[in-house]
Design a protein around this ligand. Structure first.
Ligand SMILES: NC(=O)c1ccc[n+]([C@@H]2O[C@H](COP(=O)([O-])OP(=O)(O)OC[C@H]3O[C@@H](n4cnc5c(N)ncnc54)[C@H](O)[C@@H]3O)[C@@H](O)[C@H]2O)c1
Length: 245
């Protein structure tokens, strides 16, 4: 990744931070955005060039990519990582409010689409690039979280991955997705893990072939691979990184 220009959304925490660190240790110049200022400061301390951007504003999302390109003249890799359940938990479906549904789609899907729109224009001019979307096991089956909008949004992200891979293959832009299994990354996922109780935790580990939970670094290495020349003939794919579930 030496001298590559990489943009990672949601670098303030969890996977985003680990992905940024993996690219930096491989020689890339990494730009990251988030809304969490403490998280941004921690990412900056790791060498990420940070910006405070609320990705639920599409124009702000596109503007962040435009600034990176104005600053460097290039963009080689985009990682659409920001997202998640945004603090929401399962509620019976009839009780889910529109605003909560929309908030999850805004960050997980609409922001990824807006960032990708801004990125492909520049990548196509340069003759290629790579986009990696952080999808989820919930892109392929029902979500452990029980949050309906999250599962629907992560399925949508898989559709975006496949469609953009078809559209931009001739421009040399590869578009893939990584589908992490459950990983403890923050207080919310810590609470989710506790909520399973001992029996639920043992059951989750028991149906994982490698018999452990994943770590953010496991996800980061898969993203690095899909962004690299080693994955030159791979596009439109979703790679499960879940220990074999
Ligand atoms: N942790 C897991 O078990 C797991 C499993 C599968 C998929 N994922 C996916 O991986 C990605 C990262 O998850 P994580 O566990 O590291 O979560 P996280 O909450 O630790 O990190 C997500 C980051 O995105 C940022 N973000 C949220 N809304 C934003 C907005 N409007 N504008 C800018 N930044 C915003 C948050 O501030 C946070 O720093 C998400 O897309 C999530 O859906 C996580």
């Amino acid at each position: 990744m030496s001298e590559r220009i990489v943009a990672v959304s949601g670098v303030g925490s969890g996977f985003g931070r680990a992905i940024a660190a993996a690219f930096i240790s491989d020689g890339a110049r990494v730009f990251g955005c988030d809304v969490d200022h403490a998280g941004l400061a921690a990412a900056q301390a790791c060498g990420v060039e940070v910006a405070s951007v609320d990705l639920s504003d599409r124009q702000g999302a596109r503007g962040w990519i435009a600034n990176i390109v104005a600053n460097t003249g290039r963009l080689d890799v985009l990682v659409n990582n920001a997202g998640g359940v945004l603090g929401q938990a399962h509620r019976p479906f009839p009780e889910v409010e529109d605003a909560d549904w929309d908030a999850i789609f805004a960050v997980n899907v609409h922001a990824a689409a807006a960032l990708s729109q801004a990125a492909v224009a520049r990548m196509a001019l340069a003759g290629g690039g790579a986009i990696v979307n952080i999808a989820s096991g919930a892109s392929l089956k029902a979500s452990l979280t029980g949050v309906q909008a999250y599962c629907a949004a992560k399925h949508a992200m898989l559709g975006l991955t496949r469609q953009l891979a078809q559209e931009f293959g001739t421009a040399g832009i590869r578009v893939n997705a990584v589908a992490p299994g459950f990983v403890i990354t923050n207080e919310a996922t810590q609470a989710q893990w506790h909520s399973y109780g001992e029996a639920g935790q043992a059951a989750l580990i028991g149906r994982t072939a490698l018999r452990r939970l994943g770590k953010p670094e496991d996800i980061a290495q898969a993203v690095l691979f899909l962004s690299s020349k080693n994955a030159n003939f791979i596009t439109g794919q979703i790679l499960s990184v879940d220990g074999g579930q």
